[in-house]
Design a protein around this ligand. Structure first.
Ligand code: HEM
Length: 500
């Protein structure tokens, strides 16, 4: 018996030594020898605990402005850290291609390889494929001009209609009352913004086809972090069932003749007509429409949540902004604000919204190296992916100042050129620069102003007497590609009263 135990111990020890030796040689090769042998290639960042934000900041500190590499879940990725190298990536769209990433994302939404190849193949006699044409159409709808004015007016009008005391009802209200209510700030932001965007782009009849659209979307959003992970079915039940409930509504919506959905935006009408022309099968069309619905709704409400959270924790700032926006309402609580005044004569409001966007956003650009390419003096090998974690640039103290890590609501009004600085990329850039950036900025500024004008808001204090609420903690585990969510349980519960 003793002999057996000893034999087992020896064998265990030998195995442990073998594993340790293997790991040591791999580590020595990867982080010490390979950088010497392959001097012209990006160096690899070793890390122990994979926290994305810290990892990108550490890489920046360790390798300066040079491209570097990191292995995540067995895949070696290049990371581009400097604004100049990001520009170089943008200038080489054929060598460093975005399409493989879009195709991968579309496949997560259920789009088949066959449908994707229809979307990406350029037909004889055409200069652009379906995907390129659709991206052009997004820009036509959402870049400044008549088409943007039209949807923006509708969108801001719906926000204005929703943010009134009598309509503060539904899932976001945790405790009802005539004079005051307890409200979930996260749900309130989500319900109002997603509803307004849905109505601005789609006809009202979508709600007849899917009456619980907002509730399903809320579930989908809470679960959406699982989407890129290929988890087993039992772990993604809620994700899949909320998606298929929305898709059921979208399918019935698509089946309606055009005259039964007269308020479709130009973009939706064109998108649907182009999918018909392409000969996409109905289920595939529904998936494409769902992917658009998601991309358009995923970010703005989260930004609103973070802006109002900051204001609740900085009452002086809240008062200052309330005084600044006052003339836009001509002294009347319920009048629609003068938008021109709000967007052009309220620098503190605009700067605060921009600063929160800087701090809470994790945009990330992705490309696939199609041909060995030199960027920032380093050779990037064909077939590998590269990442541009713009968030790390947003914390660069040489651009944003020594207090880059802190919340400074006046930052963007004190240095007006910051908003167009090459190191500031909250909406990405180049050919895939977010076309929604104009409308997104306007809707969050307007939402914030209307909320401050029409409601008195304060924090519901903690369970025990006198315990102050803490500022909600952001979920830093993974970059979302847009505005980050608060950690589970970190929503803010607030008292809301109609303002006097
Ligand atoms: C605060 C709100 C928003 C943020 C932070 C945001 C951020 C982004 C980012 C980072 C990208 C990727 C850009 C890249 O890959 O370089 C993107 C793409 C996109 N966004 Fe937004 N977005 C917001 C709101 C909106 C809205 C309101 C819409 C539409 C109504 C919209 C429509 C799109 C579309 C269609 C794309 C894909 C563009 C393409 O691939 O060519 N976004 N957004």
């Amino acid at each position: 018996m003793v002999v057996f135990v000893n034999d087992g111990l020896n064998a265990g020890l030998q195995a442990a030594v073998a594993v340790a030796a293997g790991w040591l040689s791999w580590y020595t090769w990867k982080f010490f020898l390979s950088p010497v042998v392959y001097r012209d290639e990006p160096r690899e960042l070793p890390y122990l605990i994979p926290c994305a934000h810290r990892m990108f900041l550490n890489g920046g500190k360790r390798f300066g402005n040079y491209p570097w590499a990191v292995t995540i879940m067995g895949e070696s990725l290049y990371v581009i850290s400097s604004a100049e190298d990001v520009q170089a990536v943008y200038r080489a769209p054929k060598l460093l291609d975005f399409d493989p990433f879009i195709k991968e994302m579309l496949s997560k939404y259920g789009i088949t390889a066959d449908a994707a190849s229809k979307m990406f193949d350029t037909l004889a006699g055409h200069t652009k494929n379906w995907m390129e044409t659709s991206i052009e159409n997004f820009k036509l709808q959402m870049h400044p001009g008549d088409k943007l004015d039209f949807v923006q007016k509708r969108l801001l009008g719906f926000i204005d209609d929703s943010l009134v005391w009598d309509r503060l009802r539904g899932r976001m209200v945790l405790q009802d009352g005539e004079e005051e209510r307890v409200v979930s700030l996260y749900s309130w932001s989500e319900m109002v913004v997603v509803d307004a965007q849905t109505r601005a782009f789609f006809d009202e009849v979508l709600y007849e086809k899917c009456p619980d659209l907002l509730a399903y979307f809320q579930i989908y959003e809470d679960e959406s972090w699982k989407l890129p992970m290929d988890l087993p079915d039992f772990a993604t039940k809620a994700l899949r069932s909320s998606k298929s409930s929305i898709e059921k509504g979208l399918r019935q919506y698509l089946q309606l003749p055009k005259d039964k959905r007269p308020n479709d935006s130009w973009l939706i009408t064109t998108l649907c007509e182009d999918m018909d022309r392409l000969g996409l099968e109905e289920t595939q069309k529904v998936y494409v429409l769902f992917s658009f619905y998601r991309v358009m709704n995923a970010n703005a409400y989260k930004l609103v949540f973070w802006i109002i959270s900051h204001l609740l924790f900085e009452p002086r700032l809240m008062e200052e902004i309330a005084a600044e926006i006052e003339p836009a309402f001509r002294g009347e609580k319920h009048s629609a604000p003068d938008l021109d005044y709000l967007f052009n004569s309220c620098p503190l409001l605009v700067s605060t919204c921009e600063e929160v966007l800087r701090l809470t956003n994790w945009p990330i650009g992705t490309r696939t190296v199609q041909v060995d390419t030199v960027i920032g003096g380093k050779k990037l090998r064909q077939g590998r992916k590269l990442l541009m974690p713009y968030r790390a640039m947003h914390f660069d103290s040489t651009v944003f100042g020594a207090d880059a890590a802190a919340f400074n609501p006046r930052r963007f009004m004190e240095k007006k050129t910051l908003v167009t600085n090459k190191s500031y990329r909250p909406f990405g850039g180049a050919a895939h620069y977010c076309p929604g950036r104009y409308i997104a900025r306007r809707e969050v500024q307007m939402f914030t102003a209307v909320m401050l004008k029409r409601f008195d808001m304060s924090l519901v204090e903690g369970e025990s007497k006198g315990q102050k609420s803490a500022f909600p903690e952001m979920d830093n585990t993974l970059p979302s590609g847009g505005i980050q969510v608060p950690l589970k349980g970190e929503d803010l519960t607030i008292w809301v009263r109609p303002s006097k």
